[in-house]
Design a protein around this ligand. Sequence first.
Ligand SMILES: [Zn+2]
Length: 109
Amino acid sequence: MGHDWDGYISILDAARINDHCRIHCSNPSCDHAGRLDFAPIINRHGPNVGLGKILRTLRCQKCGQRGAFPITLPGTKENPARPIYCPLSGRSTHRCDPLGECKDGCRLG
Ligand SMILES: [Zn+2]
């Protein structure tokens, strides 16, 4: 398959949007989908690993195919995003602190 897994953003950038994303199986005839939490990946590989590199190695629990496509979740009013890293530019691995420093709008950036 010619999918460009390396064209994806890093876990760091993904974790600025939310603390997880939805993923679905790369097999077009399989409908398996799940949730990918970023925190365990960051703990294991660090924040600069490419999201595509991780997605490429995932194996579907239903059909056994390798590879998953991400659906990023920016969050809604009912289900607000909970970014791990502050989305403010120039503070690359600043942990988002929604109750303190980031209270007044880090998500606007
Ligand atoms: Zn599958």
